[in-house]
Design a protein. Structure first.
Length: 298
């Protein structure tokens, strides 16, 4: 009887006061950030239950304020123009793939609480030679104050996971890293063939570093394949886009826990030649969800 009482004291509270939360990381450059317009959203993408998001403050290399943020219930407004000081989130009039991703992944995991950690910045590259004024994801890149985009990403993850009760229900969270969603490559496709030819090596290194950041070596990774609007006098916007596309395909072909979303080739574009229209982001999120789900259950 004494042993039974001890068991109940130690085990039963844990059953009632912990909660599993499935975490997905969203990262990359502008087409991950999102340029869809909230006004174009259908009603079923405007309100969510049991889905939360932490979006790290997006800043240039060298800025010490990157990665601050605050957990919030997912809703429209986490696209380009979103701002946070770590105490207050200020949504924008734009959205990215996070909304349709959340809707579809909740359909696939209906009993799970879902949490998204997002950090993205427009124009950024992995290669240091393509950083320009946008920023660089190479962890060894020495920018001002020694801070690069990978540092901002790490700070975002650290700040997000410091919260032990994401939904505020009084139960301690049991975090389950579930996948990395990566939409980037246009920045590295804008310069020389030499830069584009290094994309596979850089992508492989970065994805493994991101996996290590959440201590899950076999964490599923889904890559969004870059596409070209053709809205340039030369006929293509990304000078070496085909080489980066090849590198993305090579990565998913050599990594058993990676997949690629290719539907981007069919998307229309919005106000400029670089970013998808609202319908594109809605489709992109759904396809990311289905791709990562297949990796999780295989």
């Amino acid at each position: 009887m004494k042993n039974l009482k001890l068991f109940l004291l130690l085990i039963v509270p844990a059953l009632f006061y912990t909660q599993k939360i499935r975490i997905f990381i969203l990262a990359g450059q502008s087409n991950m950030n999102g340029f869809g317009y909230n006004k174009d959203l259908p009603n079923d993408l405007k309100m969510f239950k049991d889905v939360y998001i932490f979006q790290g403050n997006s800043v240039p290399d060298g800025d010490i304020n990157g990665g601050t943020g605050k957990w919030d219930v997912l809703k429209p407004g986490n696209g380009t123009g979103f701002k946070t000081d770590g105490k207050t989130n200020t949504p924008s009039d734009r959205f990215g793939l996070e909304l349709s991703f959340a809707k579809r992944i909740k359909e696939l995991f209906p009993d799970d609480t879902i949490a998204l950690i997002k950090y993205a910045r427009e124009g950024t590259s992995i290669d240091t030679l393509a950083a320009a004024d946008f920023g660089c994801w190479d962890s060894d890149f020495k920018a001002k104050n020694g801070i690069n985009q990978y540092d901002n990403f790490l700070k975002t993850v650290k700040n997000a996971l410091a919260e032990t009760d994401i939904d505020g229900n009084g139960k301690k969270d049991e975090i389950i890293p579930a996948g990395i969603l990566w939409m980037q490559g246009e920045g590295d496709a804008s310069y020389t063939e030499a830069i584009a030819n290094m994309y596979y090596v850089h992508l492989k290194t970065l994805m493994n570093q991101m996996r290590a950041a959440v201590r899950t070596d076999d964490l599923p990774v889904v890559i969004g394949k870059i596409s070209d609007s053709g809205k340039d006098p030369s006929g293509r916007v990304w000078k070496t886009g085909e080489l980066v596309q090849y590198a993305q395909e090579k990565f998913v072909g050599t990594d058993k826990n990676a997949a690629i979303v290719r539907s981007t080739k069919n998307y229309g574009y919005g106000d400029d030649p670089w970013h998808y229209n609202s319908a594109g982001y809605i489709d992109l999120g759904k396809n990311f969800a289905e791709a990562v789900f297949r990796l999780i259950i295989k």
